[in-house]
Design a protein around this ligand. Structure first.
Ligand code: B12
Length: 195
């Protein structure tokens, strides 16, 4: 049965489930139909506006008042890329899982990522890239981290990003969804003996 957002919340469905099993799936369908030429840009824009508003509404219901965060994550979309729906889905999942997230927004340079990592003593940084033309910025992020001798986990994702790509640029991990990103981060931080 279809439910409106308030109805779904009233029915006790968690914001994380509403995002991963409802909104993100809907947006995936929009992506597929756009790629197939069955939807046009104005319709994609309308869908992304709905997504933004829904995320705003749900963020009030995601439990982030924990005193003890599991870790700090800096998130952003790489330089030259303004897509941020997928990044925002990941952020909602991370916050729901008790991570403190510093959201740098879209179009973030490798230097800005590393500056934020240092300023926030972050445990991990996540770089999202949605275009083949901006994917290489993830490699530049790894380069910037090495240049700065910075000890931070680097996770990557976005439609053109793959496990093989992340291995080839010596990143620390790849996930295809927000939910998987949380599981991956939990595993990596546990392995490092974190909090
Ligand atoms: C929505 C959309 C837009 C919206 C973006 C709105 C916004 N505020 O984000 C608008 C209309 C503004 C837009 C603009 C453009 N777009 Co656009 N857009 C899309 C579309 C249809 C959907 C993307 C999306 O939101 N998907 C839904 C989310 C939930 O999925 P996701 O992003 O993949 O994220 C999930 C995972 O990938 C993962 N993930 C994502 N990030 C991260 C990060 C980490 C660290 C981890 C671990 C995981 C992770 O978890 C997420 C949640 O589960 C895609 C089509 C597609 N197939 O992807 C094209 C697409 C990405 N766009 C494309 C293009 C070309 C553009 C434009 C250049 C168009 C133009 N000519 O102006 C501009 C971009 C300008 C720029 N400089 O960036 C191309 C890119 C082609 C390429 N070169 O690879 C695509 C593939 C469409 C196409 N087939 O041509 N776009």
């Amino acid at each position: 049965m279809r439910k409106s957002l308030p109805q779904a919340l009233d029915a006790g469905i968690s914001p994380e489930t509403i995002i991963s099993d409802g909104l993100a799936k809907g947006m995936d369908k929009v992506s597929q139909e756009f790629d197939a030429g069955d939807l046009y840009l104005p319709q994609v824009l309308a869908a992304s506006k709905v997504m933004d508003e829904a995320m705003l509404l749900l963020s009030d219901h995601i439990n982030t008042d924990s005193e003890r965060y599991r870790g700090v994550v800096v998130m952003g979309t790489v330089s030259g890329d303004i897509h941020e729906i997928g990044k925002n889905v990941c952020i909602a999942m991370l916050r729901g899982a008790r991570y403190r997230v510093v959201d740098l927004g879209p179009d973030v340079s490798p230097e800005e990522f590393i500056k934020a990592v240092k300023e926030n003593s972050a445990d991990a940084v996540g770089g999202s890239a949605l275009m083949t033309t901006t994917l290489d910025m993830q490699r530049k992020m790894v380069h910037e981290k090495e240049e700065n001798d910075c000890n931070v986990l680097m996770l990557f994702g976005g439609a053109p990003c793959t496990e093989e790509w992340v291995k080839s640029i010596h990143g620390d991990g790849y996930s295809s969804s927000g939910r998987d990103m949380v599981l991956l981060l939990d595993k990596k931080l546990d392995a490092e003996g974190h909090k």
